[in-house]
Design a protein around this ligand. Structure first.
Ligand SMILES: NC(=O)c1ccc[n+]([C@@H]2O[C@H](COP(=O)([O-])OP(=O)(O)OC[C@H]3O[C@@H](n4cnc5c(N)ncnc54)[C@H](O)[C@@H]3O)[C@@H](O)[C@H]2O)c1
Length: 267
């Protein structure tokens, strides 16, 4: 059973720590007495989340500005953590390339026919290479604890194709790289779950559907029709699943992709 001390004396790393969902992941861990390490490439975003978390009374938080696509920078960070006697128990691979559907573009954006290959490479670097590197470096450290949890934040688009009609009013498409990254994360999850089972490191994925974030009315109207529960996800609704997957309450679960999408993917 989860209690407020379920993760006492543990450390949880959250990548993309300055972002929208990272704040919820951090709250989920902090609520269970876990100390949190937030990593982000964007110093200002990191600072904003830290201030918000501090204002809620949480203090066991460390922040590091690091690019997760750089193995050298991550190795350097792992040394710093070791020097501070921080051996991670939990890693949440959450960083992603922000794709905002609110950006109206004059040019047709993200159409496959003229998709920007630099964007494609950047998206895969952050979503896949970054998750691979963090798992390799921090997962290796976890072995010292004799157990650990890696949680990959995927998306409902790890199991279904985007419905491109959702973006038509924005003259945009969901980028092809997003589907590739999210499906790829499930491959990484399955691979590591068997590879490190003997080290007692459980590896799962969490696949949220779209989260309310001031989207346009027309988009909300269209997406509701695709979701049996007839609404998007409220950001704080993710916390309970994070807590379940990061604690011993899910001690027999590994290699799974938990889909939190209001039923969208079963239609
Ligand atoms: N928001 C949603 O509706 C939604 C739905 C399903 C899945 N997701 C997934 O959840 C995760 C978080 O989404 P979010 O909405 O909080 O995004 P966000 O854009 O708010 O946060 C992502 C963070 O990653 C950071 N980042 C980017 N590149 C980095 C790098 N190289 N090194 C370190 N940090 C880097 C960014 O600076 C940003 O703070 C993403 O993987 C996203 O695909 C989001």
């Amino acid at each position: 059973m989860i209690t407020k001390d379920s993760l006492k004396n543990q450390y949880g790393i959250v990548t993309g720590g300055g972002g929208l969902l990272a704040f919820e992941h951090a709250c989920a861990l902090l609520e269970l007495s876990c100390a949190v390490v937030l990593i982000d490439i964007d110093k200002n975003k990191l600072k904003k989340n830290l201030i918000k978390l501090n204002s809620l009374g949480y203090s066991k938080i460390k922040t590091y500005v690091t690019d997760i696509t750089s193995e050298a920078k991550l190795l350097n960070l792992s040394k710093k953590l070791k020097n501070n006697e921080i051996i991670p128990n939990i890693l949440i691979n959450n960083a992603g390339l922000n794709y905002s559907i609110k950006n109206k573009s004059k040019k047709k954006k993200f159409y496959f026919e003229n998709f920007d290959t630099d964007y494609f490479v950047r998206d895969l670097n952050i979503g896949l290479k970054g998750s691979y590197l963090c798992s390799k470096i921090f997962g290796n450290m976890m072995k010292e604890n004799g157990k650990g949890v890696i949680l990959n934040i995927a998306s409902d688009l790890s199991v279904i194709a985007p419905d491109q009609r959702l973006y038509s009013s924005l003259q945009s498409k969901k980028p092809v790289s997003y589907s590739i990254v999210k499906h790829g994360l499930i491959g990484l999850t399955k691979y590591l779950s068997t590879y490190w089972a003997s080290e007692n490191i459980r590896v799962n994925a969490l696949s949220p559907g779209g989260i309310y974030d001031k989207q346009e009315k027309i988009f909300l109207k269209k997406i509701k029709k695709l979701i049996p529960l007839k609404r998007m996800l409220n950001r704080e609704e993710i916390r309970a699943t994070i807590q379940y997957l990061c604690t011993d309450d899910s001690s027999y679960m590994t290699g799974q992709n938990i889909i939190l999408d209001g039923g969208r993917s079963i239609l």
